[in-house]
Write a protein that binds this ligand. Structure first.
Ligand code: NAD
Length: 320
């Protein structure tokens, strides 16, 4: 089996390669050639940790496997980040394990790639201003990936903890884009594309904030109870997701569904927009991508990075 170390990922994986992998696997999901396995997530009763598996099989990309890992809140004491994960790939012809790949940086890259695929397919024509809600670890990856797929001219941002906004201004500067911190009224009125990536458990962006043609990539809500958007805004928008089953249970749509404001049938798949089966934005003023994060994304970027590592001679090989 091949081993690609966490520390090798930064030198191998690019936002472009992550974009291609995620675009392809979303299309494969829409063609019903790829599916996710039920997610396992357990509080293990040790070190306050949450541990689980996200797996699946892509019959087109021939990626089979799982991401194992979770959240260890006290990892700082060990000099480690709190989110820890590893992707294991298996040969779909034989069942032999084929690769172990560090999953921490890949998770950030695959999440950012998902929103950038949504921006490529759903951003309103002539979009100029990118609005960021959230300024944590993921926000920088999100901004970089968005700037790769669309020629934004300006970034505006808001965060519940304003002291964190430096990350957004630094990242915009790195991309050569002007940055302005704004309130949510201005963010909703001026941004053509909005990315929300927070750990919020209540609505931040309200329906009244959002004016004019807008695409919103709602990326923070990946657990029951989390929420970033006003359900009325979700109900007004044309909504797409990575996986409908997750969107209605752990994604942003869980709230609009629970309140009876939308039905599951109203939610489209981003992959179907990629394949051309779904027209996408159409006449809608507001589109939302409810990015919940699926195991197939992890497998897609891990498979891509193994190929890149093999090409560059950076994949260690061991017998198991
Ligand atoms: P982080 O801890 O580095 O940053 C947290 C962000 O959320 C900051 O902007 C912070 O100000 C804000 N925040 C924290 N507590 C809040 C609260 N109670 N109410 C409102 N906002 C709050 O986290 P990160 O690594 O940037 O991840 C952000 C979110 O994205 C997390 O919730 C994470 O679970 C989620 N995530 C989603 C996916 C996916 O595929 N959809 C993948 C990875 C992470």
């Amino acid at each position: 089996m091949y081993v690609v170390a966490e520390k090798a990922i930064a030198g191998l994986m690019t936002p472009e390669a992550a974009f291609d992998a995620i675009e392809a696997v979303f299309a494969s999901m829409a063609r019903r050639k790829a599916y996710n396995f039920p997610v396992v997530r357990e509080a293990i009763g040790h070190a306050d940790a949450l541990y689980g598996f996200k797996g699946g099989f892509d019959g087109e990309g021939l990626a089979l496997g799982l991401k194992a890992g979770g959240y260890w809140p006290h990892n700082q004491e060990h000099g480690l980040i709190n989110h820890q994960s590893t992707v294991f790939l298996f040969d779909p012809d034989t069942g032999r394990v084929s690769a172990a790949v560090g999953g921490n940086l890949l998770t950030a890259l695959r999440t950012a790639a998902a929103s950038s695929v949504s921006i490529k397919y759903l951003a309103p024509k002539g979009a100029r201003v990118l609005g960021m809600i959230g300024a944590g670890h993921q926000s920088a990856f999100q901004m970089r990936a968005a700037a790769k797929v669309h020629p934004f001219e300006k970034v505006i941002g808001w965060n519940p903890h304003p002291e964190m906004l430096g990350r957004l201004s630094d990242t915009a500067a790195e991309l050569g884009l002007p940055f302005e911190a704004v309130d949510l009224d201005r963010l909703g009125a001026e941004a053509d594309v909005i990315i929300s990536i927070t750990s919020s458990f209540g609505p931040l962006l309200m329906d009244r904030h959002v004016k004019g043609p807008t695409h919103i990539a709602a990326m923070g809500t990946d657990t029951k109870g989390k929420q970033e958007l006003d359900p009325a805004l979700v109900a007004r928008a044309r909504v797409f997701t990575d996986e409908i089953a997750q969107s209605v249970s752990i994604g942003e749509c869980q709230h609009a569904i629970a309140q009876g404001l939308i039905t599951q049938a109203a939610i489209g798949e981003l992959g179907a927009v990629v394949t051309g089966e779904d027209p996408g934005r159409g006449e809608a003023e507001v589109t939302i991508f409810d990015g919940t994060g699926v195991g197939l994304q992890d497998l897609a970027v891990a498979a891509a990075v193994v190929e890149l590592a093999k090409q560059k001679g950076l994949a260690g090989e061991i017998e198991i």
